[in-house]
Design a binder for this molecule. Sequence first.
Ligand SMILES: [Zn+2]
Length: 276
Amino acid sequence: MPELPEVESTRRSLLPIIGGRVVSVDLRRSDIVEGPRTPAALLSGSSILALHRHGKQLAIEATRGVVLIHLGMTGQLELARVAGEDHASDRHTHAAWSLELAAPPASPGLLWFRDPRRFGGLWTFPAMGEVRVRWNDLGPDALTISGEELAGAVADSRRAIKAALLDQAAIAGVGNIYADEALFRAGIRPGRRTSRLTREQCERLAGAIRDVLAESIQSGGSTLRDYRDAAGQAGNFQSRHRVYGRGGEPCVVCGTCLTQTTIAQRTTVYCRRCQH
Ligand SMILES: [Zn+2]
């Protein structure tokens, strides 16, 4: 499932569309869109100004509107520097935008949104102001979170820190993989009550979250099933996971057999010797 590093990798691989123009849009499944579904609302006739991300959500800002994209479990954006329909003709392709890319030389492009399991979707907004209002309901973005922000986001709660990390209203962009990886690096048990975290542990955990996300982005994200960025590149950070998916295997630091349990209905792996 795409998490923050995969969404950020997708955003970076889409940068060539900035400055381009949307020639037309082909919406094949209208029920994936929330908000107005007219060609103009889906950016037809607009020029693309910027690509924004908050947590796991990606926004394409254009001159006459914004399309917000959530990749869900299996969503993918793909960009090809070609014209034509047949590059995006499979039944899981729900929307396709024909583009005129600006980067010299100007050339046709095709951007399409695929989502076999359809947990993702598109939202249309008139401008970024409305998107920012929506993003205000999410916690601070995990890629830049400070220890102070983390402490504030998980304060006054007695739940397990792992559950708090997965709560997008507390911190935006941490999912199951990076929650386990960050807690391991910070030496904190996933089941520890947030109210019992010291300020120093919050600083350490915020640093570990930023580091693990940044390293994953450097590796193009983690490809577990079928994640690809918009240029078709798989990530390879999955080979550097230290705990995620390694229950029962030896800890990379101390050799103790890693413990697998369930927290917040999610499989959770940690080292009972290195994490306190
Ligand atoms: Zn260990």
